[in-house]
Design a protein around this ligand. Structure first.
Ligand SMILES: [Zn+2]
Length: 423
């Protein structure tokens, strides 16, 4: 199947190329100037709309849509222990599936073609994503409470053997230092060292978390993970709002990237991550929404904006972080950060994951500096079309995800009521 998207303005490395994208099945066969004589099965006139690399949501908990707006305005520790964990404890797999489908709808409408979910129930997420044609990098949020005596090696082995396919990648996940015993961390270290696997983990999200780790071990969480050998094959840390001492140098040395989640960190009053310094040190940095419970939107436009203004405030510098850098973190950086070949830059032989934006809307006029327009003025309303793996999954308010959106809403409503009845 060959599809030719013509009459497009294609954003590439801060510049606009007027031309077309030719998609052969799920790959980009050509991008740029029109090619004479191309025979296509489908011809799509984009009428001068803009094509961008898609947003990659590098850290989320998709099923947590059911906790959206349920408990707000609390600090992280109280919020997790009194509001989140008790409700998640009664969540069933079928409910997790429907809540994930709702998240996928929100992602696609906002130009997101991939999430990376950490959760304690991964099969229903993988099923929902695969059926929809949506990408996910999954990791289990291992900790003592969810493992409840089970071997982490068995859980990870299951993940690597079962959670795969065109749309799913699996990684070794640890919920956080503060939810794991030293024994468990040592067990996981042995597992990742045997297999050369990177580790994905929430880390240094709050000042209190770092202080408690220092009190327990005499080290920051970054130092602890390095000393336990957990970073020997690299990894990804989520948040990293409060690095101390040489933490950022250690991350760089161990090839550990960072996913920053500005909205969640601000809303939970955790702080503002020093992203400018991370980039100056050459760290790989991506952007994530975190779950809908702590954000409460799964919207990369808002993350981009908050990342920008947050850095301005943190460094008292209006030019702390450029909009091209932010767009790169939101779109192309996932390729190296999450080790996803062919899912970064829009170019020939990459997977056909891209978004088409309608810039002829009042919030973006006049269209002059494209990156500034997207970061400072853009929003999900500017997304005209979202393409994943060569397939249009969203266009002008319509979803093409093998499920009726009304049924998704009805199932989510039914599931939410059932959860409330069980608590
Ligand atoms: Zn998280």
């Amino acid at each position: 199947m060959v599809t030719r998207y013509y009459n497009a303005k294609i954003y590439s490395e801060g510049k606009i190329i007027e031309g077309e994208i030719i998609v052969y099945n799920n790959l980009i066969a050509h991008i740029g100037e029109p090619v004479m004589g191309t025979m296509a099965d489908n011809e799509v006139d984009l009428k001068g709309k803009y094509v961008f690399p898609s947003f990659k949501n590098s850290h989320s908990h998709s099923p947590m849509t059911f906790l959206r707006n349920a408990a707000d305005d609390m600090p992280l520790g109280d919020w997790l222990n009194t509001q989140i964990f008790p409700k998640e404890a009664v969540l069933r797999e079928d409910e997790c599936y429907w809540f994930t489908k709702l998240a996928i709808m929100e992602y696609l409408r906002g130009g997101i073609t991939m999430a990376s979910d950490m959760y304690f129930m991964l099969d229903p997420i993988a099923q929902a994503c695969t059926e929809s044609g949506f990408r996910n990098v999954l990791c289990y949020g291992a900790n003592d409470a969810v493992l409840n005596g089970k071997s982490p090696a068995k859980i990870y082995d299951y993940g690597f053997s079962q959670l795969k396919g065109n749309f799913i990648r699996y990684r070794v996940g640890i919920h956080a230092e503060y939810t794991c015993s030293e024994k468990l961390l040592r067990e996981i270290s042995e597992y990742v060292n045997d297999r050369g696997e990177p580790v994905y983990v929430h880390m240094s999200e709050t000042k209190a978390e770092v202080e408690a780790c220092k009190a327990r071990y005499g080290k920051t969480p970054v130092q602890l993970f390095r000393d336990l050998g957990l970073f020997n094959a690299g990894g990804v840390v989520y948040h990293m709002v409060h690095p101390e001492g040489d933490d950022l140098d250690i991350l760089k040395e161990m090839n550990v990237g960072v996913v920053t989640c500005p909205a969640s960190n601000m809303k939970l009053a955790s702080g503002i991550a020093p992203v400018k310094e991370m980039l100056e040190k050459g760290l790989k940095v991506g952007i994530g929404t975190d779950g809908a419970a702590s954000n409460n939107r799964l919207d990369m436009f808002r993350e981009n904006y908050l990342l920008s203004v947050g850095q301005k405030i943190k460094y008292n510098d209006a030019s702390a972080l450029g909009t091209n850098e932010i767009l790169n973190m939101a779109t192309e950086s996932a390729e190296s950060l999450l080790d996803l070949p062919m899912l970064g830059e829009l170019k020939q032989n990459s997977f056909a994951d891209f978004i088409v934006a309608d810039m002829a809307l009042p919030n973006l006029w006049p269209v002059e500096n494209i990156a500034n327009a997207i970061v400072y003025s853009g929003g999900p309303s500017n997304i005209y079309m979202t393409v994943v793996n060569g397939k249009v999954l969203y266009k002008e308010g319509q979803y093409y995800i093998n499920e009726d959106p009304d049924r998704i809403f009805a199932k989510c409503q039914e599931s939410l009521k059932a959860i409330k009845d069980r608590i």
